[in-house]
Design a protein around this ligand. Sequence first.
Ligand code: TRP
Length: 79
Amino acid sequence: MDDKTNKDFVVIKAEDDGVNVIGLTRGTDTRFHHSEKLDAGEVMIAQFTEHTSAIKIRGKAKIYTPFGVVESEAKRADK
Ligand code: TRP
């Protein structure tokens, strides 16, 4: 298995309905190539691959990474 697809993965657990997991392309052109919608409690396990260099999470979720756990937050209505 290629190095890029080895241990570079994250686990995303949605804490609200409608959390978006967006994959961004690798290479000179950085653009969205995939969007996955998760409802509360749903889990996605995603890797960084030859095609995916970055992952954007929109909405409230817990993200388990090799560096630790981070929480994304829902956009605040008053901002
Ligand atoms: N076809 C994509 C790829 O191989 C699938 C994918 C991998 C993906 N990791 C992702 C999509 C993260 C969204 C987010 O790269």
